[in-house]
Ligand binder design. Sequence first.
Ligand code: BV8
Length: 230
Amino acid sequence: MRIIVLTGAGVSAESGLGTFRDKAGTGIWAKFDPMKLATPEAFAADPAYVHAFYNARRRNLIEATPNAAHLALARLEEGLSARGAELLLVTQNIDDLHERAGSKRVLHMHGELLKARCARCGAVADWCADLGVETPCPACASEGEMRPHVVWFGEMPLGMDRIEAGLMSADLFVAIGTSGSVYPAAGFVFEARAAGIRTCEINLEPSDNAHLFDERRYGPASEAVPAWVA
Ligand code: BV8
């Protein structure tokens, strides 16, 4: 038995981390222009501004704690592996709350806020401090080349081969806390359906592609996910 779960910002909302788009229009991208913060061009144009945005989110994340949804998914992974079954947890989130809740196999397709990457040598380092335009690379010592290890718009998401393989061979695909508005993640449900895989959406409200899911459960993730895992 293999389950592939895709999580989005909604799974970390009750841990106090912002979501990006919501009906109330209070999401991060309602306050900040993603084209000025989450693209390589934006970083090249004003690295200090982009660093400040991610430094603030990094400081926020360090204060945050996993919620019942993260803990339930860690229990699910443990229960499945005890039965020789498998959970592939793919997250669009750049926080480490799944890991802190105990999940062992987490695939961060949009990168990780607590890692930094050198644009010159490609080295990726754990990073819980602020990044600045002069931050030296711990590997090649070049200055001003460190960037958040995050996938911006127009950049290739990470782990796509593993995700595509998982989508071909899973028994169930579950999307949790995602608006289904960013590709290629938003397209995974189409691929799961095409492969004849059962699909389930767990969200606060119907997502953009809710109609594509065989099963739909709504409510706050901290309630709906433990209820589904139980
Ligand atoms: C790429 C990291 C190609 C940075 C992010 C096809 C069609 C149209 C457009 C495209 C396409 N293909 C590519 C594109 C362009 C683009 C795209 O999809 N644009 C959108 C806006 C139309 N995609 C890309 O650029 C991607 N790259 O395709 O590269 C390529 C090919 C070859 C070579 C090179 C390149 C890269 C996309 C990744 C961008 N990075 N994040 C950062 O975090 O700062 S995206 C951003 O949105 C977020 O980070 C998040 O990861 C992502 C998805 O958002 P969600 O997680 O869904 O969050 P959202 O707020 O939207 O929704 C939250 C949901 O939770 C809501 O439904 C809400 O109701 C619910 N909720 C709220 N509270 C709760 C809750 N649910 C439960 N409980 C609660 N308490």
